[in-house]
Design a protein around this ligand. Structure first.
Ligand SMILES: Nc1ncnc2c1ncn2[C@@H]1O[C@H](COP(=O)(O)OP(=O)(O)OP(=O)(O)O)[C@@H](O)[C@H]1O
Ligand SMILES: [Mg+2]
Length: 260
């Protein structure tokens, strides 16, 4: 469903995406895990055709975002990491706007919006300006907006970062349902338990490169540690485990007991 082949994206000297390749098949939830600045968001924006690329190629169900960004966007539901731009609108207005851009029948879009809003317990905010909603409720509106046109591929950049436990669970169930119905999901997260529990396969990205990918079991086999936590493997595969030890040792040596 999604193919990323030797993708490159540079910002001046910064190689934000540096020869990255991976594939996401129908029925899969593929998790991109990486430190801050590793290139996850940039990779997603290149897939959507929101950024010009410097090398390689992307294919979304056979369509190339460089050639036809509109066709690619039509088959993707995207939840960006940054907050919504159109905050003076109400969710109802935003959904109408999205439906018109995506050329979805207004009644069908409104039915879909109500279905997802109900699942996320957010129908009461339908007519409130988005700017007046809490960060978590704004995030829910973004999830709904991404699903209105019933896209096959969902690209979600830290989709549950601001959600409470119940809404996080509902979103995870929605993603399971989406792939059961033949869709595919590419998501980025910093929550290791979520990646371990939710993702069919995990790609660990560091400095713009996918350094290793596989199922949790495959990653454990490479790490040669059957019970290893994903967090420990993540830190090791990204070469950050020693940084953590050094930082903690420094903190311990420079901090005395707290005063009374
Ligand atoms: N518009 C831009 N102009 C210049 N540099 C950029 C731009 N966007 C991203 N970068 C740089 O590209 C690199 C990758 O950034 P990106 O946002 O893709 O990381 P990320 O993996 O999503 O990180 P995070 O976990 O913090 O969200 C970083 O070094 C970042 O500073
Ligand atoms: Mg990011």
């Amino acid at each position: 469903m999604l193919e990323v082949v030797h993708l490159k994206k540079y910002f001046g000297d910064v190689h934000a995406v540096d020869d990255t390749s991976f594939v996401v098949r129908g029925g899969e939830i593929y998790g991109l895990l990486g430190p801050n600045g590793a290139g996850k968001t940039t990779t997603m924006k290149c897939i959507l055709g929101l950024l010009d690329i410097d090398g390689g190629r992307v294919s979304v169900m056979g369509e190339d975002p460089v050639v036809d960004p509109q066709a690619v966007k039509a088959s993707i539901g995207y939840v960006p990491e940054e907050p919504l731009v159109y905050k003076s609108m109400t969710p109802a207005e935003l959904f109408n706007f999205v439906a018109s851009i995506r050329r979805v029948d207004a009644a069908a879009a409104s039915r879909k919006a109500m279905e997802v809003l109900t699942a996320l317990d957010a129908t009461r905010h339908y007519q409130d300006p988005i700017i007046t909603l809490s960060r978590g409720n704004q995030q829910k509106i973004q999830v709904v907006a991404a699903m209105l046109h019933e896209p096959r591929l969902l690209i979600l950049d830290e989709p549950t970062a601001n959600l409470d436990a119940k809404s996080t669970r509902i979103v995870k169930e929605m993603l399971h349902l989406h792939v059961e119905q033949g869709g595919a999901v590419l998501l980025s997260t910093h929550v290791m338990e979520q990646a371990a529990e939710l993702c069919t396969r995990i790609g660990i990205i560091n400095r713009g490169k996918v350094v290793i990918e596989g199922t949790l079991g495959e990653l454990r086999a490479v790490a040669k540690e059957s019970g290893a936590s994903l967090e420990n493997m993540f830190l090791r595969f990204t070469g950050q485990d020693k940084d953590v030890q050094q930082a903690v040792a420094r903190l311990r040596s420079t901090n005395g007991a707290l005063g009374a």
